[in-house]
Design a protein around this ligand. Sequence first.
Ligand SMILES: Nc1nc2c(ncn2[C@@H]2O[C@H](COP(=O)(O)OP(=O)(O)OP(=O)(O)O)[C@@H](O)[C@H]2O)c(=O)[nH]1
Ligand SMILES: [Mg+2]
Length: 257
Amino acid sequence: MNDAVDKGCETCAFYNAAQLKKLGINVDSADFVVALAGNPNTGKSTVFNALTGLRQHTGNWAGKTVTRAEGGFLYSDKRFKLIDLPGTYSLLSTSEDEEVARNFILFGRPDVTVIVADAARLERNLNLVLQVLEITDKAVLCLNLMDEATRHGIKIDERTLAKDLGIPVVATSARSNEGIPELIQTIYEVASNQIACKPHRIKSLPAEVDQAVDELSKKILKTYPDLPNSRWVAMRLLDGDQQILNALKNGDFVSTT
Ligand SMILES: Nc1nc2c(ncn2[C@@H]2O[C@H](COP(=O)(O)OP(=O)(O)OP(=O)(O)O)[C@@H](O)[C@H]2O)c(=O)[nH]1
Ligand SMILES: [Mg+2]
């Protein structure tokens, strides 16, 4: 299909092309795949439109009633494919929307996941941010609706937030295009590994649970050595997550070169 596949390029989207195809995304013409996640009504589609302009189309996720929008943009000679995920408050897969969003981040392994958060209601948005960071290590927090936050007298220390979360934070007011050029530049830098993310992960588990997660995680890594989130997968298995169990059985975690 492409040279990159033959070379087994581990840094670009082609590496995972077959898995993405299974999820209904054709990445034949993309260098990087970017997912847009976030709580409902945080401006994901507005950010998506600002990034992709008219280069987009919509359909449904395979076998689901959930709509899917995908589009693209070109930056620094690289082609970015963007997927607008359904808005969710969590990734525990208790609804079709959550299942779609989680499966895409987990099995589609986008090069970058942009989490769009409402800057005026940051605290309630952080739950999803932390869940996404348990699954993927390449992410950008887009603090959208900054104009609304400012109007309410809310100030956010973006630097400290970025340091605490371990990922870059970009403030935007997507409706008026503010911050969008900075967001594009940051997506590019994370995709091309110029910015290294060190996402915050839960560390304070009770000792026994921690040990069980550790042991199971090591076993998972033996079978799937390139899995970036084996501890998260181990935690879900210990929690009796049937979907994750099935995914392990079906080999959905294998990157398909
Ligand atoms: N003031 C202001 N309004 C915004 C901004 N971004 C988006 N909006 C508005 O917020 C509303 C929701 O935006 P959407 O882009 O549909 O949000 P969404 O996250 O895609 O929503 P769902 O897909 O339903 O989860 C719309 O009325 C937008 O015009 C912004 O930066 N500032
Ligand atoms: Mg939307």
